[in-house]
Design a protein around this ligand. Structure first.
Ligand code: PHE
Length: 340
């Protein structure tokens, strides 16, 4: 090992274990006024030209190497400091007392909608959605509800403009029109959603509630298909033992129309306060699509027939869980909600 090589070797060893202050001392020890390498450079005149060149070159090279080694060590030290600081300040969660946060759950109305959708899916229905802000056309006109019909009265509908064109949908039936407008038969969908009626609330009424609409259009769809599907739905959603009956009714958009009653779930048909001693509870409205409705979406009513049905989600949830006041769904009282 040459003299310079040994000097470098020793310096490198020192640098490895130095802190910032020691690095500064090493710098002056080697490159300072009386530094080891400075002295060598100063003494070059004592050597032959040959040696001068060689020693000068090696010394300068050693200088550059040592400088960069010192710089590397400086950076390393800085990094170590940061890591040490991070370790010191690291949050130790191991000693925090375990607090069992209660798990949330879906609102009973959402749960019912999800359950109903599952049941309808098993019967071959797809799911569609429509907007809550509707136009007069979708909510009324296309559904064969004429201009001067009492249902359009300001009492029932929340209008959003003075022209009475924009409104909050009063039922999910405009969803039927939007689906038929977009696609050709065969159609088999359910449309869940929130609806609005301009009326005051009591134990069985609310100005905001939810419905689920059903629609099927194809060649040769009959009232029997409607009866079969709704009976299957009620049986699989509630209980297979329940009696179901279809009662003639009237809706502008269906003809013939019917209302479906189920055997009272509270007294199993014996008669009680809830079913007003009739043994039956009204569950939903339905019927065969009126030719005018098919016409409003340019379907050929000679070729296609269809059925539609609509039911209130709150009402069904109330029956299922034996709840006697609709307002409980909107008060967000945790003692009520926690039961679901
Ligand atoms: N849209 C009706 C209502 O809100 C329910 C219904 C839907 C009836 C489809 C027949 C067919 O009362």
């Amino acid at each position: 090992m040459s003299n310079i090589e040994r000097i470098i070797y020793e310096a490198m060893e020192k640098i490895k274990n130095s802190d910032d202050e020691m690095l500064e001392n090493i710098r002056s020890e080697y490159f300072g006024k009386n530094g080891i390498l400075t002295k060598i450079l100063k003494s070059l005149s004592h050597y032959s030209i040959e040696d001068r060149k060689r020693i000068g070159f090696e010394t300068n090279k050693a200088k550059t190497n040592l400088e960069s080694e010192i710089e590397k060590r400086r950076k390393g030290l800085k990094k170590t400091l940061i890591v040490q600081k991070m370790q010191r300040e690291k949050l130790d969660c191991s000693s925090i007392f375990y607090f069992p946060f209660p798990k949330g759950s879906f609102h009973p109305i959402v749960q019912t909608i999800q359950d109903m959708i599952l049941t309808f899916k098993s019967l071959g229905f797809l799911v569609a959605e429509g907007p809550e802000i509707e136009t007069d056309w979708y909510n009324f006109e296309a559904l064969n509800i004429p201009k001067n019909h009492p249902a359009k009265d300001i009492q029932d509908t929340f209008y959003l403009d003075s022209m009475k064109n924009l409104l909050l949908r009063t039922h999910t039936s405009p969803g039927q029109i939007r689906v038929m407008e977009k696609q050709k038969p065969p159609i088999k969908v359910v449309v869940p959603g929130r609806v609005y009626r301009n009326e005051s609330s009591d134990a069985s009424h609310s100005s905001t509630f939810h419905q689920i609409e059903g629609l099927r259009v194809d060649k040769n769809v009959t009232f029997l298909d409607l009866k079969i599907i709704l009976t299957k739905f009620i049986h699989s959603f509630f209980c297979y033992e329940l009696n179901v009956r279809f009662r003639p009714s009237y809706f502008q958009f269906t003809e013939p129309s019917a209302e479906v009653d189920v055997q009272c779930l509270f007294c199993m048909g014996r008669g009680c306060k809830v079913c007003k001693n009739s043994g039956w509870i009204e569950m939903l409205g339905c019927g065969m699509l009126h030719p005018n409705v098919l016409g409003s979406v340019n379907y050929d009513s000679e070729l296609y027939t269809g059925y539609a049905f609509g039911m209130g989600v709150e009402r069904i949830t109330m029956l299922k869980y034996k709840i006697d006041d609709i307002r409980l769904f909107y008060e967000n009282d945790l003692r009520f909600l926690k039961q679901f």
